[in-house]
Write a protein of this length. Sequence first.
Length: 246
Amino acid sequence: MLEIRNLSKSFGETRALKDISVNFAPGTVHCILGENGSGKSTLVKILSGIVRPNTGSLTLDGRALPTGRPRALLDIGLATVFQEVLIAPNRPVIDNILLGLEKPFAAPMPRARRLEIAGEALAKIGAGKLPLDIEAGRLPLAHQQLVVIARALARDPGILVLDEATAALDHDDRDAVFECMEAMAAAGRYVLFISHRMEEVMRLSDRVSVLRNGEHVASFARGEFSPADLLEKMAAPGHARNGGAA
Ligand SMILES: Nc1ncnc2c1ncn2[C@@H]1O[C@H](COP(=O)(O)OP(=O)(O)OP(=O)(O)O)[C@@H](O)[C@H]1O
């Protein structure tokens, strides 16, 4: 079990997260849903180690995880894909996929092995035909994001976190990524998916947690919630949106 306990984070006067506690189970796609500004990205940044919480802890099977240390979290198998397409535009696609996997000062990986890892990672998201040797910056933005997702998959992560990472993709590519997420969960991995798109959340969630204004307001298991339930939880009290009023 991946557990976050009593996480709080403020930026100056803004309380981005207020005492958040959520459990994530292996073998599930767990969606985090919330309006803009509800704290989703802050939570992801804490999970990936690029933001340190003011208070609270992360544990995996009871062991404390290193907060605020992105490299250490990567090394224990937590890979994050952010909404922004984080690519090295002048480097070939294959280098972008293997970025960080090849240790500095270690013997270079043989080309055949590099091709195998990159090819397998792309194939998992139906992108096996992407050219590996052209500069990544020459690909359309949507394909660049596939390269970034493949970079996360190449690490064979035990915990995959996708922060609105499919927003730039076209319909077919998005479907392929969703199928990959479902396959990873079926293989016992943790898959955390951050979104504000209801149809994606309804399709993918084995479990969904709703954030509102920095607070964790509800969690539901598959079959326990409707879009109206989620909209009601997302909306500020007294401002339930269309379909959200109870
Ligand atoms: N580095 C920062 N400095 C100051 N305020 C911040 C910072 N990062 C986030 N915030 C604020 O914290 C709150 C939560 O932001 P966060 O980006 O986590 O929300 P979100 O749910 O991911 O929204 P979005 O969907 O727009 O990305 C917002 O009020 C935001 O303005």
